[in-house]
Ligand binder design. Structure first.
Ligand SMILES: Nc1ncnc2c1ncn2[C@@H]1O[C@H](COP(=O)(O)OP(=O)(O)OP(=O)(O)O)[C@@H](O)[C@H]1O
Length: 271
C-alpha cells in the first residue's frame, strides 16, 4: 500500500503578484502544489506570465509571494540557500564562456556545494569529475566534455544547461522552455530523462512548454496562465479541453486519442 503524500510535500506559491514598473503582470496567482516525483507544465500564450511566475518562485523578481518547498518557506531564505534547493534554468542561457563543458559543470557544482557548507575535502575533485561526466552521459553528450562552452550549437548548449542543472541536485527544478532549441529526438529524450530523474530522486520538475502534445502525454500536472491569471490546473487531459483552447489559445481545436491511447490536439483554425 502506498501512503498518501504529506500535504506539505512539493512546491507551491501563493499571492504571486509581480509588477514591472507600473504594469502588473501577475495578480495574486496561486500555483501548485507541484508534487515531488512529478513533471509539471506551465502553459499559456505568449506574454501570459509563465517566465515571470517561474522567476518569482525562484526569488529572481520582487514579489510578496509565499513560496513553500517540502514544508520550508523558500521566500524567507537567502537567494543562495533558495537556489540550492530550487533551481531556475532560464530560457536564454547566459553568454557562454570559453571554458570546457566539464569544467563549467564542476564549477557550477562547487558553487552549490559551498552554499550547502560542504568543504572541498567533502567533495573531492574525482567525485566532482565523475558526477559531471555522469550528467553528460545521462543526456547522451559525454563527447562534449572537453569542448568549449562558447563553441556549442544552440541545442547542445541547452542539453549542457540541463545536465548542469540536474548535476546540482536541487529538490525542485524550474525549467523555462527547456525544449525550445532541441530536435524531435532530443525533445522526447529529455522528457524521458526528466520523468525518470524526477521519480528516482523525488524531484519536483516544473517546465514551461508550448507543445501541448508533449504536455498531454508526458506531464503529470499542468497549470495554465492567461493574462497574468491562473485559469486552470490539474491533470493535462482534464484541463486541455476544446473550450479552454478556444478561450486561452484562441484556436478551434479538438483533443483526439490515437489507437495507442496517446492524445493529440488537432487544430481546425484560429478563433
Ligand atoms: N523585465 C521586464 N520588464 C518589463 N516587462 C516585462 C519584463 N519581463 C516580462 N515583461 C512583460 O511581462 C509580461 C509577461 O512576460 P513573461 O515573459 O512572463 O511571459 P511568458 O508567458 O513567459 O511569455 P512567452 O511564452 O512569450 O515566453 C509580458 O507582457 C512582458 O512584456
Amino acid at each position: 500500500m502506498t501512503s498518501a503524500p504529506s500535504p506539505q510535500a512539493g512546491l507551491s506559491a501563493t499571492h504571486v503578484t509581480v509588477q514591472y514598473g507600473r504594469r502588473i503582470v501577475l495578480q495574486d496567482v496561486t500555483a501548485g502544489p507541484f508534487r515531488p516525483g512529478s513533471v509539471c507544465a506551465l502553459l499559456g500564450p505568449n506574454g501570459s506570465g509563465k517566465s515571470t511566475l517561474m522567476r518569482a518562485m525562484a526569488g529572481l523578481v520582487p514579489s510578496p509571494a509565499c513560496v513553500m518547498l517540502n514544508g520550508a518557506e523558500l521566500s524567507r531564505m537567502s537567494l543562495t540557500d533558495r537556489t540550492g534547493r530550487c533551481l531556475y534554468l532560464p530560457q536564454a542561457l547566459p553568454a557562454a564562456v570559453h571554458l570546457p563543458v566539464l569544467e563549467a559543470l564542476i564549477a557550477a557544482r562547487k558553487t552549490i556545494d559551498r552554499a550547502r557548507v560542504l568543504s572541498a575535502s567533502d567533495a573531492p575533485e574525482e567525485d566532482a569529475i565523475q558526477s559531471a561526466l555522469e550528467s553528460l552521459t545521462l543526456f547522451g553528450i559525454p563527447q562534449l566534455a572537453m569542448q568549449a562552452m562558447d563553441e556549442l550549437s544552440g541545442g547542445q548548449r541547452q542539453l549542457v544547461g540541463l545536465a548542469q542543472a540536474l548535476s546540482r541536485k536541487p529538490d525542485a527544478l524550474l525549467l523555462d522552455e527547456p525544449l525550445s532549441a532541441l530536435d524531435l529526438h532530443h525533445q522526447f529524450a529529455v522528457m524521458d530523462i526528466l520523468r525518470r530523474e524526477s521519480t528516482a530522486h523525488q524531484l519536483v520538475t516544473v517546465l514551461v512548454l508550448h507543445d501541448l502534445n508533449i504536455a498531454l502525454n508526458m506531464t503529470d500536472f499542468v497549470t495554465v496562465l492567461h493574462d497574468g491569471q491562473m485559469v486552470a490546473s490539474g491533470p493535462p487531459a482534464a484541463v486541455l479541453t476544446p473550450d479552454l483552447l478556444r478561450e486561452v489559445y484562441r484556436v478551434h481545436a479538438r483533443v483526439e486519442e490515437g489507437a495507442d491511447g496517446r492524445k493529440f490536439v488537432s487544430v481546425d483554425g484560429i478563433a
